[in-house]
Design a protein around this ligand. Structure first.
Ligand code: HXC
Length: 510
């Protein structure tokens, strides 16, 4: 009996060693943790239960029958994050470069199915060289099977991808179909085809970093929702993010006990908006002062900074915050900011996370670059996302809410539940100057007359009261009471019931 138990321990130890000590040392030398170390950091201590530790590949080509490593390049299982169940798979670069074989794919699919069935988030950690080259089509089939599971799970359980090394070829599309992608600076990169192929096909010479590093995807392409300095920081932040989220669309995010007073006033907010409407201010200050304990998990902080998206809590309840940022491009809606916010709004709606929208938007970005890029369709994404969302929707207009952008930003007309405005709000078709230049064009040569018209337009429309008189704004509130008012409003919406007409699915402008 004893020797059988010892054999188990021996087999386990061998599996835990992955591709061997030399490759583990090389992984560490690159500043990366191993697949198992990452899981240890990510999950609560001692909570990890591993599945399929002894799975081996089935390939018999190219001498592969003599190279079998238990686990086959991916560590899978489940555990907890602050006591809540999550499923995880972590690619082991020390085993055939983490490449995907048929057996490796089956392990991931098993975990995906369990996560979906049991209603718990799935976190994938990527550090791999794509399809197992020795396996050919079995590997491609494995990828497709994973993609299918990603699609079926979308909107049912949160799916999070963390890129901690190479992520190329077939490996990129599973993360792309998940809810959030995070990367590690300097050690991770993501691309469909690598620098060598790029050079052959397009003659372009580019490094891994410049083609698909964390900076590229977190700032330029928007593929990644955040970038962190190292593995440890990234994993700690994923733990933090999971705390904000529900386990599935059948669950509500666990309310968190807060020591922040729900009735707290913030006197400094009364002077946040500058007297000059063209002067910027930092919308993040408002968010941090309103949410519990200034705890805000920002999504895509370095991409399309003219809009802010992220998770916070109001009296312990998770909310998704969307806010125009007047500090960047005056908070205008353009292609990138519309796409960024639309995706975030849809995530929140899918997972019953109430939306809080802070509005200071001068409109949509004019210009050929935007129009040629399809601003109409991309702007419509955000409009569509807000319109279809049935979660509680709270809106606060702090300053400008001009034109179509007023409609888009969770307005009453798109079924905003509680819409507030600060006294500094200006709800109009456009700014006073632009407006009078159009409607009083005949007086264009008389600057004095034009100035008088501008003052008249401002007095008439550059305020929240016209909208309030129509009931489009439920109340004009004092800035200092914003937290208190939002928390009260959110409580009234606890049992909100609203559904859209039956359909197979909608046809959001893509
Ligand atoms: C099998 C692989 C592998 C792969 C790496 N390895 N990629 N084995 N299949 N795809 C093995 C290497 O042979 C090596 O084994 C070990 O992993 C480490 O690889 P290195 O090249 O030494 O590491 P490094 O220099 O860090 O380079 C990492 C890398 C490179 C950039 C990822 O390995 C690479 O370019 N790999 C191939 C990438 C690729 O073309 N994949 C196929 C994409 S096509 P030893 O034994 O020496 O440790 C694809 C199509 C799917 O994915 C489409 C589905 C939709």
């Amino acid at each position: 009996m004893q020797h059988i138990l010892e054999e188990l321990e021996c087999r386990r130890a061998q599996a835990r060693l992955g591709g061997g000590e030399k490759r583990i040392a090389s992984q560490h030398a690159k500043g990366k943790l191993t697949a198992r170390e990452r899981i240890e950091v990510l999950l609560d201590e001692g909570s990890f239960e591993e599945t399929d530790m002894f799975v081996e590949h089935r390939c018999t080509d190219f001498g592969m029958e003599n190279q079998k490593i238990p686990g086959d390049g991916v560590v899978t299982g489940h555990g907890t994050i602050n006591g809540r169940l999550v499923y995880v798979f972590s690619k082991d670069f020390t085993v055939f470069g983490g490449s995907l074989s048929g057996a490796h794919a089956s392990k991931i699919i098993k975990i995906q199915k369990m996560a979906l069935q049991n209603g718990a988030p799935i976190i994938g950690v990527f550090d791999a060289g794509g399809a197992r080259i020795q396996e050919g089509v079995e590997s491609l089939a494995g990828y497709a099977d994973i993609f299918l599971q990603n699609t079926l799970a979308s909107g049912v359980i949160p799916q999070i991808s963390v890129i901690m090394g190479p992520c190329a070829g077939g490996d990129v599309y599973s993360p792309a179909m998940t809810d959030f992608i995070f990367m590690v600076r300097d050690t991770s990169y993501m691309y469909v085809t690598g620098p060598e192929v790029v050079k052959t096909v397009t003659n372009e010479v580019v490094t891994h970093e410049d083609l698909g590093g964390a900076r590229v995807h977190a700032q330029k392409s928007g593929v990644a929702d955040g970038a962190f300095d190292n593995d440890l920081e990234a994993l700690a932040q994923i733990r933090r993010l999971i705390d904000f989220l529900p386990l599935s669309n059948r669950d509500r995010p666990a309310p968190r006990k807060t020591f922040d007073d729900a009735m707290r006033d913030e006197a400094s907010l009364d002077s946040l908006v500058p007297a000059n409407p063209n002067k910027p201010y930092d919308m993040k200050e408002l968010i941090l002062k309103v949410v519990d304990e200034a705890d805000f998990f920002e999504i895509s902080p370095d991409y399309a900074k003219n809009i802010i998206t992220g998770f916070g809590r109001l009296d312990g309840q998770t909310v998704g915050v969307v806010a125009n940022q007047p500090q960047v491009l005056a908070g205008v809606l353009d292609i990138d900011s519309s796409r960024k916010a639309a995706r975030f709004v849809r995530f929140c709606d899918a997972f019953e996370i109430p939306l809080v929208t802070f509005v200071d938007v001068p409109g949509f970005m004019p210009g050929t670059k935007q129009e040629y890029g399809g601003l109409i369709k991309h702007g419509a994404k955000l409009l569509f996302a807000y319109a279809e969302a049935t979660v509680p929707k709270l809106t606060v207009i702090t300053r400008k809410a001009y034109g179509g952008a007023y409609d888009v930003m969770s307005s009453k007309h798109l079924r905003g539940d509680v819409n507030y405005a600060w006294p500094t709000a200006e709800i109009a078709v456009m700014g006073a100057k632009g407006a009078v230049e159009i409607i009083f064009r005949a007086e264009a040569k008389d600057p004095e007359a034009l100035a008088a018209r501008e003052a008249e337009y401002k007095a008439r429309f550059a305020n929240p009261f016209v909208a309030a008189s129509r009931g489009y704004i439920d109340d004009v509130i004092m800035p200092h009471g914003t937290r208190r008012r939002l928390i009260k409003a959110l409580k009234t919406l606890k049992n909100k019931q609203l559904s859209n007409p039956w359909k197979k699915h909608d046809n959001i402008p893509l």
